[in-house]
Design a protein around this ligand. Structure first.
Ligand code: ZN
Length: 345
């Protein structure tokens, strides 16, 4: 147990109030001394071994005071709630000589972990609440605040939503897309925390599954990559044909697209989606050209273009309008995708 997890009675009145309510809760709102149920305001924290007898915390002193070994006088193991009446009676005598003292200690020890758990849970809840309040007040135009918000908001929202990691749907669109297109195209959507959050947001805002958006995005990437591969063939200076008669649009032979990041930003009444991912695979095209060395004078070659690298695409959509994934107006940056033309085949 780390230092930050130390839960003890101390000088912090807020922390003491929390400890008091946890002690009252585990005791079923009963005074440990008279065991009668009491209203919460009538229950105070009491040290079984009085604090005043332990000005020093030496082992010898602790043993003499009947404080269990390893227990600090302010630990929950030495605390219980007592009613006002019993507390007044108690001030006249030393409870350590009473027959019930050991029983009280035993009960306190049994409940101590539960007390710590309640205090820690409530404390985390307070922390979460204050984080949410500051997040709600954060100026998201500020770069640093924005970065923090993007990093932490998903986790907070998931926690609030009580999202159960184990029950989250990790199905990918791979199979569906493959069947739909009849192409050897492999599209994966890697759902990290952030993507799960964005998926939830898309579903809440527009009742749209992020998978459907990704599917459209994948179509767009494939078409953009096909164009790029075609251009790469056109631009290639070392082709073995002296002049091109025809270059067929490249066909996707084997392509894996992995979508691994999504960001959503609200701006001017619109939601801006940015999807990032990686492409890896190859396309092939028929290149027909004059070739004086060939018997026919033509050469028809199959040319492979290997593509790999990161792409980014985006779209903006008005918050208040229904979103239809089909026909989304994507913008894309595929500059980081390399196209290697292989003329050897
Ligand atoms: Zn009492």
């Amino acid at each position: 147990m780390g230092k930050e997890a130390l839960i003890r009675y101390g000088s912090d009145s807020n922390a003491n109030a929390l400890l008091r309510s946890a002690l009252a809760q585990v005791s079923g709102l009963r005074c440990y001394s008279c065991t009668e149920p009491k209203p919460f305001p009538d229950l105070q924290i009491d040290h079984l071994v009085p604090r005043s007898t332990l000005s020093t915390n030496s082992v010898a002193h602790a043993e003499a005071s009947r404080l269990p070994v390893g227990v600090h006088v302010d630990d929950p193991e030495n605390l219980a709630v007592i009613c006002g009446r019993c507390n007044r009676l108690k001030s006249d005598k030393d409870f350590r000589n009473s027959l019930a003292f050991e029983m009280h200690q035993k009960e306190a020890a049994q409940r101590a972990d539960q007390v710590r758990k309640i205090v820690a849970t409530v404390r985390d809840g307070h922390k979460l609440a204050s984080q949410l309040v500051s997040a709600a007040q954060a100026d998201l135009a500020d770069g640093e605040a924005r970065a923090l918000f993007i990093e932490f908001a998903p986790a907070v929202v998931q926690r609030l939503a009580g999202l159960d990691e184990a029950s989250v749907d990790f199905v990918t669109v791979e199979t569906a897309l493959r069947a739909e297109r009849g192409l050897p195209l492999d599209v994966r959507l890697v759902l990290d925390n952030r993507l799960r959050f964005v998926r939830g947001l898309a579903s809440t805002l527009w009742s749209v599954d992020l998978f459907d958006i990704v599917r459209e995005a994948a179509e767009y990437v494939v078409s953009a990559l096909t164009d790029r591969a075609g251009l790469a063939i056109d631009d290639h200076g070392e082709q073995p044909v002296s002049a091109r008669l025809d270059v067929s649009p490249p066909d996707v032979m084997d392509l894996e697209l992995t979508f691994s990041s999504a960001e959503v930003q609200r701006h001017d009444g619109k939601m801006n989606f940015v999807l990032k991912g990686e492409a890896d695979g190859w396309l092939t095209a028929h290149v027909v050209g004059y070739d004086p060395r060939a018997l026919s004078g033509y050469r028809d070659s199959l040319t492979d273009v290997w593509v790999f690298g990161q792409f980014e695409l985006w779209f903006a959509h008005p918050l208040d309008q229904p979103l239809e994934p089909h026909g989304l107006n994507f913008g894309a940056n595929l500059d980081a995708v390399a196209c290697d033309v292989d003329w050897s085949s």
